[in-house]
Every structure is written in structure tokens, then in C-alpha cells.
Design a protein around this ligand. Structure first.
Ligand code: ASP
Length: 466
């Protein structure tokens, strides 16, 4: 049996275990004895990801042998990444406006939400009610004032991310060039020792690789040989770790679902049901992105790569993205799939994919767009075209800025809500279904990087024709 099917089986077993453990009230066993293996798996993958990115980029550039080619590849890659992200946001906005998942909510509930929103806007400096309507001043809604106030209080009490919001606030006062500043490390060992600094490592690897091309071939040769060998070691580590993947994935699924259920199966059902329409719109959008946008991209721009080979070749990485919710942890396997199955040469894959894992998150941007408009809908707020365009812009930026780790998109949504003038505390409303959607959007993030890698190889005439 192929490995990815074994992983799927592991996943199914994890779901079954989570349900059983909840019914039999054995949640403690899951969290104490099974969940740690899931964390160990993610640790192992991340352990490999950083050095692998470092050495494979250096090797990739040295193999390109030509700095101009690198520049061309870099610019094309970034343009295509940006394009796919904007498309994803547009799909999200289109669907959420057309289908209106927020409108399925009970009208009384929405009025109460609306009042809470207006009260929040009045008490918050620099924020105005977006559509200029005033339910609080309307005598028809006077009966809802107390409920609205209570809803606002309860939002404040349940703030899920007090600490993180402060960091986001800090960032919004930074210089517009802050992202460039953040990219350049002052100490490579520091960058290597902190998980979120992938872009700094990419920067260093690019710099190192380019300078390696500038020194004399005699001096470069031993360094190249070493990098080549180290690269091979880390690639092999991926194979070794993946042997245990079916079991590890079982542990991840059992722990995640177990936590969501919180010892009560009915609770899990309720949570999922109340947000179903919203979650379904996100999933529909994600599916359109994967089977529409990427299919067109591969079909028209990656000559030599059939759709069947693309989707089939990516299965292993997709299953892993789903179970880890982290494109960074999945990166080593994504690279393996793209290079072995899609036949993209390593010098292209090892350049395009690590950058993609950090900056190209189509699933995340689509999810942010849908979530923001859904939240506006359940608060009876009409967003006009300009406000929706702001969402396109900020969701794109947020997805670029998001780290490739679980729930990063949720944190970035704070920034988007703030920039449109909505209450960032609302993220607690969609929190219950976030993990499941996180799993789905990570699959899209990873698939998008692979599609672009295929296109880049084809544009460079490096894709074997079938
Ligand atoms: N978990 C996602 C990823 O790693 C990021 C996010 O949307 O939260 O790709």
C-alpha cells in the first residue's frame, strides 16, 4: 500500500479514536498519552525544514549558475504568487456575497449583534459605524439595548488572543518598509534558532548562494560539495520521519478532534452546526481554488504536467498539510513531491517552494476574506465596494505576512478586521471551527506553491514532456 494511503488510514483511525474516547470519557488518555506523539511529529518535521531550506536554496542557486536566471525566476515567481492570492481573495468575496452565509443566522440574534457592534464603535477611539445606520438610536430596537451590551461584555471577557493583538498593534505603527527590515537578519544563528524567521533564512541562503557564484570555482567547490551532502542528509531524514507518519497522523487527528469535542460529542456537533454555512462557503471557495484556478494554471501554463499527475503527485503533501495545519512543517514533503512526482528540477523547486511556504497562502487569504464579510453579515453591516477592496488588499498582505503555522491566519485576521474598522474581538465567534478550516486552507496553501513551481519549471523549459 502506498504511504499516503496508510496516512489516510491513520487519519481515519484518529477520527474514530477521538469519537470513541469522547463517548467513553477517555479524553485524558488521548491528551496525555497520544497527543504528544503528534507534537513530536511536527517537531521532527520542523527540525528538518529549516536546515533543508537553507541548504537546498544554496544548492539550487549554485546549480542555476547564472544570477540573471535567478532574477528572472524570482520576479516571475513573486508575480504569480501575488496573482493566485488575489484570485483566491476574489473567489472568497464573490462566494460570500453571493451565498450570504451570515444571513442564515436568526434575525433577532443579528440585531443584538448589531447593537453590540454600534456600542463598541461608539466607545472605541477612531472607529465609526461603517454604514452610517444607527440601530441604537432607533426606538424600534430599544428593547435590544441591554442584550447588545451584554453581548459586547461577553466578547470582551472571552478575548482569545490578548497578547497577540498587542503584537499586531505594534506592527501597524511600524514603517511601511518594516517587512524589508524584518527580512534581513543581523545574526543568522538567531534567525535559525527562532521558528518564525523563515524569510530571514531565505534571505541569508540567497545571499550565500549568490556570493558562492562570485568566488573562484576552485574555492567554491569544497563548499558546494559539503552543501550537496548536507542537503542529501536532510532529504533522507524526511523519508525516515515519514515512515512513522501513519501513526503520527493518527495521534494528531485524535488529539485535535478530542480537544474540539471537549469531552462532549453533542458539543462538537453544535459547534459545527452553528457555523456550518460559513464553513461550507470557505470549503467551497477552497475547492474552487484547487480544482479551478490551479487546474487552469497547470493545464495552460505548465506544459508537460498533466492534471492527473499534478493532483496525484501532491497527495502525500496534501494529507500531511491537512493533518499538521502547517505549511512550514509540510515543506520538506512538499519539496519531495514536487521534485519526485511532478518532476520539477530541484534547483527550481528548492527556490520556489520555501518562498511559497512563507509568502504564498491562497487558502489563508480566501478564508480571511470570507470570514470578515461573514462576520459583517451576522452583525447586519453592509460593506460597500471600497470596503471590500480594502479587504482584498489587507487579506492579501495578511496572508503574505502570516507565518506558516497553525492558526496564523486567525491571528492575521485581527489586522484585517481592524483595518476595515470592525471589532477584532469577533475572531472568537469563528474560533470553534477555525482548526478544521485551518487544516483545509493549509492544503490549499501547499497545493498553490506546487502549481506555481510546476509553471516555473515549464517556463524555463525544464519540465519533461509526457
Ligand atoms: N496554517 C496555515 C499554514 O501553515 C496558515 C493559516 O492560515 O493559519 O499554511
Amino acid at each position: 500500500m502506498a504511504l499516503h494511503w496508510k496516512i489516510v488510514l491513520g487519519m481515519a483511525a484518529g477520527v474514530a479514536w477521538a469519537l470513541l474516547a469522547t463517548v467513553l470519557h477517555m479524553d485524558g488518555i488521548t491528551q496525555n498519552w497520544i497527543a504528544p506523539f503528534g507534537d513530536i511529529f511536527i517537531n521532527l518535521l520542523k527540525l528538518i525544514a529549516l536546515p533543508l531550506v537553507l541548504f537546498s536554496i544554496i544548492k539550487g542557486i549554485a546549480d542555476l549558475k547564472d544570477i540573471r536566471r535567478l532574477g528572472r525566476l524570482g520576479i516571475r515567481t513573486l508575480i504569480l504568487y501575488l496573482l493566485t492570492t488575489v484570485m483566491a481573495v476574489c473567489i472568497g468575496l464573490l462566494l460570500v456575497n453571493l451565498l450570504g452565509p451570515g444571513k442564515t443566522m436568526d434575525q433577532e440574534m443579528r440585531i443584538k449583534n448589531r447593537i453590540a457592534y454600534e456600542l463598541w464603535a461608539h466607545e472605541t477611539e477612531g472607529v465609526e459605524v461603517l454604514d452610517g445606520l444607527s440601530f441604537t438610536a432607533d426606538p424600534a430596537y430599544a428593547g435590544y439595548l441591554a442584550q447588545g451590551q451584554a453581548a459586547l461584555e461577553s466578547l470582551k471577557e472571552n478575548d482569545p488572543v490578548v497578547g497577540q493583538r498587542e503584537t499586531v498593534n505594534d506592527r501597524s505603527h511600524a514603517s511601511p518598509l518594516q517587512f524589508l527590515l524584518d527580512m534581513v537578519p543581523s545574526n543568522i544563528f538567531l534567525a535559525l534558532s527562532s521558528n518564525g524567521l523563515m524569510l530571514q533564512i531565505i534571505f541569508f541562503a540567497l545571499f550565500f548562494g549568490i556570493v558562492l557564484l562570485l568566488i573562484s570555482p576552485g574555492q567554491a567547490a569544497p563548499v558546494l560539495l559539503l552543501v550537496d551532502g548536507l542537503n542529501a542528509v536532510f532529504l533522507k531524514m524526511v523519508d525516515v520521519v515519514m515512515l512513522g507518519a501513519p501513526f503520527f497522523v493518527f495521534a494528531l487527528m485524535a488529539a485535535t478532534l478530542g480537544k474540539m469535542a471537549g469531552g462532549n460529542l453533542a458539543h462538537l456537533g453544535e459547534v459545527l452546526y452553528s457555523l456550518t454555512s460559513y464553513a461550507l462557503v470557505v470549503v467551497l471557495g477552497l475547492a474552487l481554488q484547487v480544482f479551478g484556478v490551479y487546474a487552469m494554471l497547470v493545464k495552460w501554463m505548465a506544459k508537460g504536467l498533466t492534471l492527473k499527475r499534478f493532483y496525484k503527485g501532491m497527495q502525500k503533501a496534501q494529507v500531511l498539510a491537512f493533518s499538521t495545519s502547517s505549511s512550514a512543517a509540510t515543506l520538506p514533503v512538499t519539496m519531495q513531491c514536487v521534485e519526485h512526482e511532478l518532476k520539477v528540477p530541484p534547483r527550481i523547486g528548492s527556490f520556489v517552494l520555501p518562498i511559497g511556504a512563507t509568502v504564498n497562502m491562497d487558502g489563508t487569504s480566501l478564508y480571511i476574506a470570507v470570514a470578515v464579510v461573514y462576520l459583517a453579515q451576522i452583525h447586519l453591516i453592509q460593506l460597500d465596494l471600497l470596503q471590500q477592496l480594502t479587504i482584498v488588499l489587507t487579506a492579501t498582505l495578511a496572508s503574505i505576512g502570516a507565518s506558516a503555522v497553525p492558526s496564523a491566519g486567525l491571528i492575521m485576521m485581527i489586522m484585517v478586521l481592524q483595518s476595515v474598522g470592525l471589532n477584532p474581538l469577533w475572531i472568537s465567534i469563528i474560533l470553534p471551527v477555525d482548526r478544521i478550516l485551518d487544516m483545509c486552507r493549509t492544503v490549499v496553501n501547499v497545493t498553490g506553491d506546487a502549481a506555481v513551481a510546476g509553471v516555473m519549471a515549464s517556463l524555463d523549459h525544464e519540465l519533461p514532456q509526457e
